[in-house]
Design a protein around this ligand. Structure first.
Ligand code: HEM
Length: 477
C-alpha cells in the first residue's frame, strides 16, 4: 500500500492547539535562550575577519566575554609584546587587552604616528577610566577637561617653577623627617604632601584627610577600573553597583568635595571683596578654563591621579637602584652637597646636579610607569580602535650600550658628548626614552615632576647617615 502524500494530515483542532500551545508556553524561554546564544556565537563570525596578526587570542570560542585574554594581558602583556618584537616586526599587530583590541605599532614607526592629530589621550582616558560613571570624576576631568589641565601645567606651573623650589624643598624636608623614619617608608605620603603644597598651599598639604584621599583615590580607582573593564561596556553602568570598592571610590569623591568646595567658596568671596594675587591651582584652573564649566574637585583629584603615584614610582625605583648600587651614593651625596653649598636651593641648582638627573632618568629607563605610549583611540574613526607604541626602545641595544644594566652615569656621559650638553635630561622626551610619553601629548607636568622627584630624593639621600642607607634602602628580593 502506498501512502497518498497529497492528502494533508489534519490533526483535530484540540490536539494541534493543545500541543503547540503547550510547546509555546512551556518551551518558549528555552527557545529564546537558544536563539540568543546562537546570535552571540554567530556574532564574531559575522564580523569581518582581519588579516592582521592577533596577539593574545582567546583560547575558547565559548569565552564570550574575553575573560581569558583580559586576564592573560594583565599578567603576561610584557612577555607577549617582547615575543612579538623579537621577530623585528615591520607591520602592526593587534593585541587583545583588558579593554578590547589594541593596534600595536612597531617602535620604528613612531615618527609616522607621533603627530597624528586624530589620536587623543583624553578620549582614551574617558574610555579606560569609565568617565561616565559616578565615583570616577577624578579620572573624568582628565578625559573631558584635559585642555584646562594641560594649559595649567604648561602656563601657570611650568613658567613659574623657580618660584616653587623653596616651598617644595621646605615641604619635602619636613615630610621626609616626619614620615621617612627608621621604621616607616611612606613615599606616597611625602609625594602627596609636596604636590598639595605647590598646587594648593600649606593648609591642604597639612590636611591629613586631603593627603589620604589624594593618595588613595588612585589606588582605589585603578583596580575597580580594571575589574569593570572585564565586563562589556554596556553592562558597566549596572555592574558598577555590584563591584566591591566602587562605594569606597564614590565616598572618597564625596569627601574630596567637602574639602574643595568650601575652599572654592571662600576664594570666590575673597575675590568678590576685591582681594587679588592668588597663586595656586584653584586660581590657575579658573584662568585656564576661561569661563568654561568644570568640576573644581574633579580636576584637583585628577591632578593627584596624574602626579602622585607616577612620581612615587620614580622616587621608589630610584631608591631601589641606589640600594642595588650603593657605590654611587658617595659621589651623589658629594654632588648634592657641593651644589647646595655653592648655590643654595634654587631651580638652577637642581639643573646643576647632573649625576642626580642621570641616576633618576636611568632608573626611569629601566622601569618606566608604562610599557607603552600613545594609548589613544582615533577619535574620528567609526571603529573603536586604540593605538599603542611599545616603549621597548628604552631597552634596545641599538640606542643604549648594555641596555639591561643600570648605569647611573649613563645620561651624564651622553651629555658630555659635544652638542648633547642640554639633551638627555630627566624631563627631555625622545624617541628612545618614553618615560614621560612622546608625540603630541607627552606629560605636561614632567618639568615639575623632575623637580619634585629630585627634591624628595635629595632630602632622603642626604638625611640618611651612611650606615643607615642599607637599612632604609632595602635591596629588593
Ligand atoms: C614621574 C612622574 C610622572 C610620570 C612618569 C608621568 C608620565 C606621564 C605619561 C606617560 C603621560 C601620558 C603621555 C603619553 O602617553 O604620551 C602623562 C600625562 C599627563 N601627566 Fe604626567 N607623569 C608624571 C608626573 C606628572 C605630574 C607631577 C603632573 C602634574 C603636575 C602630571 C600631569 C599630567 C597630565 C595632566 C597628563 C595628561 C596630558 C594630556 O591629557 O594631554 N604628570 N604623564
Amino acid at each position: 500500500m502506498t501512502l497518498n502524500l497529497s492528502i494533508p494530515i489534519i490533526l483535530p483542532p484540540s490536539v494541534s492547539q493543545g500541543f503547540l500551545g503547550n510547546l509555546l508556553w512551556t518551551q518558549a524561554p528555552y527557545f529564546a535562550a537558544t536563539f540568543i546564544l546562537l546570535v552571540i556565537c554567530a556574532f564574531p563570525l559575522l564580523k569581518t575577519q582581519s588579516n592582521v596578526l592577533l596577539l593574545n587570542p582567546k583560547k575558547s570560542i565559548f569565552d564570550f566575554l574575553h575573560i581569558g585574554p583580559k586576564k592573560s594581558f594583565f599578567t603576561e602583556a610584557d612577555g607577549i609584546i617582547k615575543r612579538w618584537l623579537s621577530g623585528n616586526p615591520v607591520k602592526a599587530a593587534r593585541i587583545n587587552t583588558w579593554d578590547g583590541e589594541v593596534i600595536l605599532v612597531p617602535p620604528h614607526m613612531v615618527h609616522e604616528v607621533k603627530n597624528e592629530r586624530r589620536l587623543s589621550l583624553s578620549l582614551w582616558l574617558r574610555k579606560a577610566f569609565h568617565a561616565h560613571l559616578p565615583g570616577f570624576e577624578g579620572f573624568q576631568e582628565g578625559g573631558y577637561h584635559h585642555d584646562i589641565l594641560k594649559s595649567t601645567c604648561n602656563n601657570q606651573l611650568n613658567k613659574n617653577l623657580a618660584k616653587f623650589t623653596q616651598p617644595l624643598t621646605d615641604e619635602a624636608r619636613t615630610a621626609v623627617s616626619d614620615i621617612f623614619t627608621e621604621q616607616t617608608e611612606q613615599t606616597p605620603n611625602i609625594v602627596a604632601r609636596c604636590v598639595a603644597r605647590v598646587f594648593l598651599g600649606e593648609e591642604f598639604a597639612r590636611n591629613p584627610d586631603w593627603i589620604r584621599i589624594t593618595r588613595d583615590y588612585t589606588l582605589a580607582g585603578v583596580p575597580v577600573g580594571f575589574l569593570l573593564r572585564l565586563w562589556p561596556v554596556s553592562w558597566r553602568p549596572v555592574v558598577q553597583w555590584l563591584i566591591p570598592g566602587m562605594s569606597k571610590l564614590r565616598k572618597m569623591m564625596a569627601e574630596a568635595r567637602q574639602i574643595v568646595e568650601p575652599a572654592v567658596e571662600k576664594r570666590n568671596k575673597q575675590k568678590a571683596a576685591g582681594k587679588t594675587g592668588f597663586s595656586d591651582s584653584l586660581e590657575w584652573f579658573d584662568e585656564s578654563a576661561r569661563g568654561k564649566e568644570y568640576d573644581h574637585t574633579g580636576v584637583q583629584v585628577f591632578l593627584s591621579v596624574a602626579a602622585i603615584h607616577t612620581s612615587t614610582d620614580l622616587v621608589c625605583s630610584t631608591l631601589v637602584r641606589l640600594a642595588q648600587n650603593p657605590e654611587i651614593l658617595a659621589p651623589l651625596r658629594q654632588e648634592i652637597a657641593t651644589v647646595l653649598d655653592e648655590s643654595g636651593w634654587e631651580k638652577s641648582s637642581l639643573q646643576m646636579m647632573k649625576l642626580l638627573d642621570s641616576v633618576v632618568k636611568e632608573s626611569q629607563r629601566m622601569k618606566p610607569v608604562a610599557i607603552g605610549s600613545f594609548w589613544f583611540p582615533a577619535h574620528d574613526s567609526s571603529k573603536d580602535s586604540t593605538i599603542a607604541i611599545p616603549s621597548y626602545r628604552m631597552w634596545d641595544s641599538e640606542f643604549y650600550g648594555n641596555p639591561e644594566k643600570w648605569d647611573g652615569y649613563r645620561f651624564c656621559k651622553m651629555r658630555e658628548e659635544p652638542g648633547h650638553e642640554n639633551q638627555h635630561q630627566l624631563a627631555t622626551i625622545s624617541v628612545d626614552h618614553f618615560g614621560f610619553g612622546y608625540g603630541r601629548q607627552p606629560c605636561p607636568g614632567r618639568f615639575y615632576a623632575a623637580d619634585l622627584v629630585k627634591t624628595i630624593l635629595i632630602h632622603i639621600v642626604m638625611k640618611l647617615p651612611p650606615g643607615l642607607v642599607k637599612t632604609h634602602l632595602r635591596h629588593p628580593t
